[in-house]
Design a binder for this molecule. Structure first.
Ligand code: CP
Length: 349
């Protein structure tokens, strides 16, 4: 109840921690450019160290005394697996709850008590939840406890997926490394933007790059929500909202496809009955794209992204998926306080 009475600003400030030594990852807007650059520098270093002789062993000894709870109260393949493998890289021991019917929540235990229990046994709580604001609520619970462990939001309802945005941005930056960098690029997002948490978080991170423009391309009724558009207005980011898809493809430096999020349907299946054929990237569209256009998708995909595109050099989504493991390893290393040691090790190599 106390949490629910907090205003949005106070909720957003939670990551800074009532307890300063704890760094939660709750939403995209908590990341500024400096923090992003630090994270990506560490990501590159961890990738490189892991390929050196004894490097994997060095990394796996950094957080060997730590334990992580992977609390996934909603389906996941790659976020779960990439967090799990990221923890493996850093030597963290993982336990999970993926099926909430095995948790005492079915006996009526409150969300707060469940999180408090995790904090009794684990040093990190990595959580995906179908309800919005539950990562912030978890941070509130642990900040008020005697064991304030970091909370990492692995997807919260239709609202945020901050670590996905971190890996998306890392992938975009790498894609544009030899093509002028991120600044001034036009990023097109297409699909069910209304209920897609990845595009909501990524839009907020894009504000950190001067001159970036966004094209929000969605069928009628599935457009980006006003709160994100207002956020972009406040940050002076230019965007267009359109119900057309193909006419915009040639303008984009990156096309970020998303699937229909019909798991959020209210059991009537109405949105899954709609055809998304006119918001699908097909093999024949490749000729419309810029030569260096990066094609991204958070995955999983359905028909909106033609598998025949997979072998095109502009298709970055399988790399994007792998980048998730490295960016999350860096985030965990940073959260667990291992960053200075890793930086020193790299400097001395
Ligand atoms: N991108 C993403 O969140 O995928 P999963 O749902 O498979 O974790």
């Amino acid at each position: 109840e106390e949490f629910d009475q907090l205003d949005l600003n106070s909720k957003n400030k939670l990551f800074q921690g009532d307890v300063p030594q704890v760094f939660h990852t709750l939403n995209a807007e908590q990341f500024d450019r400096e923090l992003l650059d630090r994270l990506y520098s560490l990501t590159n270093i961890i990738r490189s160290i892991s390929k050196t002789k004894n490097g994997a062993t060095y990394l796996a000894n950094r957080l060997r005394d730590k334990r992580a709870m992977l609390y996934f109260a909603q389906a996941s393949t790659r976020t779960y697996l990439s967090f799990k493998t990221a923890c493996d890289i850093m030597g963290i021991n993982c336990t999970d709850v993926r099926d909430t019917s095995t948790s005492s929540e079915v006996k009526g235990e409150s969300f707060s008590d469940t999180i408090r229990t995790f904090s009794s046994y684990f040093d990190f709580v990595i959580m995906r939840h179908p309800e919005e604001s539950h990562a912030e609520k978890a941070a509130w619970v642990v900040n008020s406890s005697d064991r304030p462990v970091p909370i990492l939001n692995a997807g919260s309802g239709k609202d945020q997926h901050p670590t996905q945005a971190l890996l998306d941005m890392y992938t975009l930056r790498r894609s544009f490394e030899k093509n002028g960098g991120m600044d001034g690029k036009t990023i097109m997002m297409a699909g069910d933007l209304n209920r897609g948490r990845t595009v909501r978080s990524l839009s907020k991170l894009l504000c950190l790059f001067p001159g970036v423009k966004i094209i929000f391309s969605a069928p009628a009724g599935f457009g980006m929500r006003d709160d994100v558009l207002q956020f972009l207005d406040k940050e002076n980011v230019k965007y267009i909202v359109t119900e057309e898809f193909v006419p915009h493809l040639s303008k984009a430096d990156a096309v970020y496809m998303t699937r229909i999020q019909d798991e959020h349907d209210k059991n009537d299946g109405t949105t899954s009955k709609r055809s998304y054929d006119d918001f699908s990237l097909k093999f024949e569209h490749l000729s419309l794209l810029k030569p260096f256009c990066a094609i991204l998708h958070p995955l999983p995909r359905r028909d909106e992204l033609d598998p025949k595109i997979d072998n095109d050099p502009r298709a970055k989504y399988w790399r994007q998926e792998r980048n998730g493991m490295w960016t999350r390893a860096a985030l965990i290393a940073m959260t667990g306080g291992a960053e200075p040691q890793i930086q020193n090790y790299w400097r001395d190599l």
